[in-house]
Design a protein around this ligand. Structure first.
Ligand code: AP5
Ligand code: MG
Length: 271
């Protein structure tokens, strides 16, 4: 059945695809949202629709925003209220690759340390290949940090239908202050802020007691490069998803004030 579904997905490759959970099989299968004339697919899909209630569908959510705009912070809050979401942060994945000295990590490190975007050819394959196992488990995805260019967005759109996009619009001066105050535990990616979420002991991780460090790309000149990359390459995605009717923008300076609005919107929409 799974093989058949994938074959049909290939037949309908010009249409937008999304994934639904088949509760009998406990993993996501691709489906098209446009009319599909292929009879084999129609038979398969009608069976699937009968057995898969709407609320069990896998969901694809994106969180967009400037560097240091609170994407990771808001994502963590979303995971508490919507535990069916699986959080995938491309920044975290890339940093793990850098730490582990993989070929990808070695290539990406140069761009990341400079505050530049890594090339599309590296990140698109990474995201699509990492998401597949989660989809097979029937998990809904929350992508943080992807897409970041129109090319990435188009590549994603070929594979899945994006359901909702949370766009965080935070003033640049707030971001600069926050980034200067951010400390991380490199092994786990845990994030602290001395003013907002301080560790129990200054300079040390709460769980392991290991030393906290500042990210290489959090130095002021690198932050400027990252903000410029956002304006040039990523900001156009706001219109891209707005035109598709899936985006909502949340403005403010405090994640604790913004988050309840995000939560209410998500509850209204699908979750
Ligand atoms: P990535 O790790 O995604 O970095 P980023 O987008 O620059 O965003 P950050 O993770 O720095 O910030 P955030 O928005 O998650 O904010 P946070 O919650 O931490 O990417 C790093 C690099 O990887 C990129 O520069 C690029 O090179 C590469 N890369 C990744 N994806 C890519 C892609 N798709 N294509 C190409 N290259 C890619 O919050 C920030 C701080 O604020 C924290 O200290 C937090 O504690 C604090 N804070 C949050 N809320 C509050 C509050 N209410 N009050 C005070 N402080 C607060
Ligand atoms: Mg982050």
């Amino acid at each position: 059945m799974f093989f058949l579904a994938f074959k049909v997905h290939k037949l309908a490759e010009n249409s937008f695809a999304r994934f639904v959970v088949n509760p009998m099989m406990m993993y996501c299968l691709p489906r098209t949202r446009m009319a599909v004339r292929n009879a084999t697919y129609r038979t398969y899909f009608s069976t699937l629709q009968q057995s898969a209630p709407q609320h069990d569908e896998c969901r694809f959510l994106l969180i967009l925003g400037k560097p240091g705009g609170g994407k990771g912070t808001i994502s963590k809050k979303m995971l508490v209220d919507f535990p069916q979401l699986h959080h995938m942060s491309t920044g975290d994945i890339l940093r793990a690759n850098v730490r582990n000295g993989t070929a990808l990590g070695r290539e990406a490190k140069f761009y990341m340390d400079e505050g530049k975007l890594v090339p599309d050819r590296l990140i698109i394959d990474l995201v699509l290949s990492d998401s597949t196992p989660m989809l097979k488990e029937g998990k809904s995805l929350l992508l943080d940090g992807f897409p970041r260019t129109i090319t990435q967005a188009m590549a994603l759109e070929k594979e899945v239908n994006v359901d909702l996009v949370v766009n965080l619009d935070i003033p640049t001066e707030t971001i600069v202050e926050r980034i200067a105050d951010r400390w991380i535990h490199p092994a786990s990616g845990r994030v602290y802020s001395y003013s907002y979420r301080p560790p129990k002991v200054k300079g040390f991780d709460d769980i392991t007691g290991e030393k906290l460090v500042q990210r290489e790309d959090d130095k002021p000149e690198k932050v400027r490069t990252r903000l410029a990359a956002y304006d040039e390459a990523t900001a156009p995605l706001v219109n891209f998803y707005d035109e598709r009717g899936v985006l909502e923008t949340f403005q403010g300076t405090k994640s604790d004030v913004i988050y309840p609005e995000v939560k209410n919107w998500l509850k209204l929409k699908i979750l």
